[in-house]
Design a protein around this ligand. Structure first.
Ligand code: CP
Ligand code: NVA
Length: 310
């Protein structure tokens, strides 16, 4: 038997069974915590929250999750700690590892997160990097299970940029038996090697990339995200022009009738999604946002109270 995994850096690190258990545990935990009678095993424990970028959902969901589990958080933004500027990342990691019981970090560079994990000796959780957003993808998979049923054989179509969210979804979908399709402008695809590796490891699922929005046909879930991720503001004008034809709007939805619509948020209306489509699917999108809390509470309990993910 292998040792439990201490950090949550990328979905690549976990087996399908481990991810499926996290989805199941998240769904099972919801009634008790929504009724304020859930277990609170983290008394006296503190999760440090490092943010190099802005956040609503990630910050609030980790803070509320720790409150529900009986623990506390300390919020550290970049202007406070100067990760890698005021202080070397490895020293920030060592100090927080001495004082705190876990670290959640939202960084630009994925390597910064890996350095935190290497030096802190306490669990480190990826709260979004330029590379990936695994907590988001897991909350999305929980939401698809709740609204579409068992995941194997379902199809998620991501319309937009082959970005951090798309990358985590591709991995999560493949591992949980879901087909994944990325529809994006030429030049904004995910790495072909990622699809080749996932296709070889999980031959039962269909993984594809296309530049044709007509390929949304057959989707159980249509997903979109901003065309301009945090840190790409300089490319705004070019991206708006390039991504224009890839908007999730009423016409696109006619090709996928019955599909649910997901968005990690924040949403930019009349850019990647029209207000009309957003509002028609707002209930599911807000369920998805709420599931960030439920997934992350399950994750933090597994890492800080149960000794890791096995
Ligand atoms: N989806 C998401 O991570 O939202 P925030 O950027 O507000 O945390
Ligand atoms: N791709 C977006 C996700 C925001 C939650 C970004 O990185 O800004």
């Amino acid at each position: 038997m292998t040792d439990p995994i201490q950090h949550f850096l990328t979905l690549d690190d976990f087996t399908p069974a481990q991810l499926a258990k996290l989805v199941d545990d998240t769904i099972a935990s919801k009634p008790a915590y929504k009724a304020n009678v859930g277990a609170a095993p983290l008394a006296g424990q503190t999760l440090a929250l490092i943010f190099e970028k802005p956040s609503l959902r990630t910050r609030v969901s980790f803070e509320v999750a720790m409150t529900q589990l009986g623990g506390a958080t300390t919020y550290l933004d970049q202007s406070t700690i100067g990760l890698g500027k005021r202080e070397a990342i490895k020293d920030v990691a060592r100090v927080l590892g001495r004082m705190c019981d876990g670290i959640m970090a939202r960084t630009f560079s994925h390597n910064s997160l890996e350095i935190l994990a290497e030096y802190s000796h306490v669990p480190v959780i990826n709260g979004l990097t330029d590379h990936s957003h695994p907590c988001q993808a897991m909350a999305d998979l929980v939401t698809i299970r709740e609204h579409c049923g068992e995941l194997p054989g379902k199809t998620l179509v991501f319309v937009g940029d082959g970005n951090n969210v798309a990358r985590s979804l591709a991995i999560g979908c493949a591992k949980l038996g879901m087909n994944f399709k990325l529809i994006c402008p030429a030049g904004y695809e995910l790495e072909a090697e990622l699809f080749e590796r996932l296709g070889s490891d999980y031959p039962a699922v269909a993984l594809s990339m296309s530049n044709d929005i007509a390929d949304v046909a057959g989707a159980d879930a249509i997903y979109t995200d901003t065309w301009i991720s945090m840190g790409q503001e300089d490319e705004k004008a070019r991206r708006i022009e390039t991504f224009g034809p890839y908007q999730v709007n009423a016409e696109l939805m006619q090709s996928a009738p019955g599909a649910i619509v997901l968005h990690c948020l924040p949403a930019y209306r009349e850019m990647e999604i029209t207000d009309e489509v957003f509002e028609a699917h707002a209930k599911v999108i807000m369920d998805e946002a709420e599931n960030r809390l439920h997934f992350q509470r399950t994750l933090v309990a597994a890492l800080l109270a149960d000794g890791g993910i096995s």
